[in-house]
Design a protein around this ligand. Structure first.
Ligand SMILES: Nc1ncnc2c1ncn2[C@@H]1O[C@H](COP(=O)(O)OP(=O)(O)O)[C@@H](O)[C@H]1O
Ligand SMILES: [Mg+2]
Length: 277
């Protein structure tokens, strides 16, 4: 969320129960999604930077740990790692050292004062993040961690910026796409989705993060199949700030806040307010 000083907020920072509840709803939906197929390793990404990936991954990890599940949270955003900042940790060693086997796992598995939760920070930034993340050692590390953890959550870089999250999609059970409602265009989100699906990534769903209450009204512009331009005006009531809502996969009903202003559109064209992303 551009221009503002990043202040990371964790549900352990006695965030209002309503916000904490919204992360628990996301967690429960993921647990439901894993009724059919096992979802133990989850990557969180977004189309663009600053949409709320790290905050969402951190709070989801806490929400899972609060159920008594053993959770490890990995900072695999080797471009702009921030999990160490979010948990107020130093970052001398971490994932990159584990992958080069220069430290023992117990050194990199950091206790952050949340029962059942361990955090692996990024460690030093390598010159070749995509290669490091695509290595067989990354796959081995995930498989080893599966032995002792119920859930493995990976924070990552934005999908449209670098290939890292597409590469990592091969070693996880599913992906969550974070969408900052008032910040990113639907077209960018569509491109990110297409890019991930292009590498057979399994997308579990979307988490919407909202911009601050000051931007209560926002316009979302997208193009229809025949190049029609649709403008949807989303009215986000103040309670939307700091809310993350998990939607059934690709259900755009989240945009039901959307009051579609069909501007100068041929009648026969159906508005994308059900706009499938
Ligand atoms: N659900 C949310 N609602 C409102 N603001 C949020 C939300 N999640 C994160 N933010 C804010 O957005 C900014 C970017 O968050 P961050 O998690 O670092 O994004 P990313 O990892 O995608 O770059 C931070 O200032 C954070 O406080
Ligand atoms: Mg981040």
């Amino acid at each position: 969320m551009k221009g503002k000083m990043k202040n990371y907020r964790l549900i352990t920072d006695n965030l209002s129960s309503r916000v904490a509840e919204s992360y628990r709803v996301v967690r429960t939906n993921i647990q439901f999604a894993s009724l059919e197929t096992q979802v133990k390793t989850i990557l969180v990404t977004s189309a663009a930077p600053g949409e709320g990936k790290s905050t969402t991954t951190a709070n989801l990890a806490i929400a899972f740990a609060q159920t008594g599940s053993k959770v490890v949270l990995i900072d695999s955003d080797l471009r702009r790692p921030t999990l160490h900042k979010i948990f107020r940790l130093s970052n001398p060693v971490g994932l990159t050292n584990l992958l080069t086997q220069s430290v023992a796992p117990e050194i990199a598995l950091r206790d952050v004062g949340v029962p059942n939760l361990r955090v692996i920070t990024s460690g030093p930034i390598p010159p070749n993040p995509a290669e490091v993340l695509g290595s067989s050692r990354m796959r081995d590390l995930i498989n080893n961690l599966k032995q002792s953890f119920d859930y493995i959550l990976l924070d990552s870089s934005p999908t449209l910026a670098v290939a890292d999250s597409a590469i990592l999609s091969a070693v996880v059970d599913g992906i969550i796409l974070v969408v900052a409602v008032a910040e990113v265009s639907l077209d960018k989100v569509r491109k990110a989705k297409a890019q991930l699906e292009g590498v057979n990534a399994k997308i579990l769903g979307v988490v919407l993060t909202a911009s601050r209450a000051t931007r209560a009204r926002t316009t979302i512009t997208t193009t229809g199949d025949r190049g029609e331009v649709f403008r949807c005006q989303a009215s986000l009531n103040t309670s939307c700030s700091w809310q993350a809502a998990m939607l059934s996969p690709w259900c755009s009903r989240a945009l039901s806040a959307c009051t579609c202003a069909l501007k100068a559109l041929p009648r026969k064209t159906s508005p994308p307010c059900g706009c499938a992303i």
